[in-house]
Design a protein around this ligand. Structure first.
Ligand code: NAD
Length: 257
């Protein structure tokens, strides 16, 4: 069965976030055992309980991808608690959100530490224990492909920050490097570049901003959480067994024109 994930174990970093939650629920729905890993331990534990309440298998672990030892521990804990590791999803992210002129070197480094170094370290640790047939899914962004249109980010919205976009561009290249490095071991590595998926609070508080985002999308609307989850399930499952080193844009066509 192309999309069946029964018998597979998935570690989802940033799993308690807006998109991460939908990803964890979808992976569990397809039969995967899901380790929800997040800096926010309580939210991760609540989601694992929710997965169990829906009849799935959910575990939780606190994880800071910026900390090498924490990534090592999360991978070890996944193997100890769940028996194996077949799917790594890294949806953790960090940005400072200041204007270019105010951004300090330390803040720029901090974002790179999470979005680039952290993504690499966690993938490296996971690949050490993943069997052939495994799948690594990194999270890039449309802003790793194109720069934000400043007209969309009128006050009170802050501009989409540079440390975020340049890190996401790096993630796209990282997926290619890891894919060619681990291909012979049967570990596939791909990235997803989401378009505009503002979370529920932003949708409620800033409808005019959401409208400006939607206006940039050929489909004429922002994305729903489950529209990322489906692509993650596809990349995790045998349905994508010959897909390697790719970045899939899930953006309603934002980057198509
Ligand atoms: N939502 C969007 O519109 C959008 C667009 C493009 C790309 N993305 C990417 O998709 C992914 C998920 O986005 P989201 O909207 O769910 O973001 P989110 O902020 O809702 O979730 C991110 C999660 O990562 C966790 N996290 C932060 N730092 C961490 C760290 N050091 N270690 C472990 N966990 C950490 C947070 O606690 C949070 O739960 C991110 O990589 C993001 O860059 C999102």
């Amino acid at each position: 069965m192309l999309f069946d994930l029964s018998g597979k174990v998935a570690l989802v970093a940033g799993g308690a976030g807006y998109l991460g939650q939908a990803i964890c629920l979808a992976l569990a729905e397809q039969g995967a055992v899901v380790m929800v890993a997040d800096l926010a331990r309580e939210r991760a534990e609540a989601l694992a309980a929710d997965i169990a309440a829906r009849g799935g298998k959910g575990h939780a672990v606190e994880l800071d991808v910026a900390d090498e030892a924490s990534s090592q521990a999360a991978v070890a804990r996944t193997v100890a608690d769940c028996g194996r590791l077949d799917v790594l999803v890294n949806a953790a992210c960090f940005s400072v959100g200041k204007s270019l002129d105010d951004l300090s070197a330390e803040e720029f480094d901090r974002a790179n530490r999470v979005n680039l170094t952290g993504a690499f370290l966690l993938a490296r640790e996971a690949a050490r224990v993943m069997p052939p047939g495994s799948s690594v899914i990194l999270f890039a962004s449309m802003y790793g492909l194109v720069a934000p249109d400043p007209r969309v980010y009128q006050p009170p919205m802050t501009p989409n920050p540079i440390e975020y976009g340049v890190g996401k561009a790096g993630v796209i290249q990282m997926a290619k490097y890891l894919a060619v490095s681990w291909g012979e071991r049967g570990i596939r590595v791909n990235a997803i570049a989401p378009g505009p998926f503002p979370n529920s609070a932003v949708q409620q508080q800033h409808p005019e901003f959401v409208q400006r985002l939607a206006g940039k999308v050929p489909l004429g609307r922002i994305g729903r959480q489950d529209e990322i989850a489906g692509t993650v399930v596809f990349l995790a499952a045998d349905a994508s067994s010959y897909l390697n080193g790719a970045t899939l844009s899930v953006d309603g066509g934002w980057t198509a024109w």
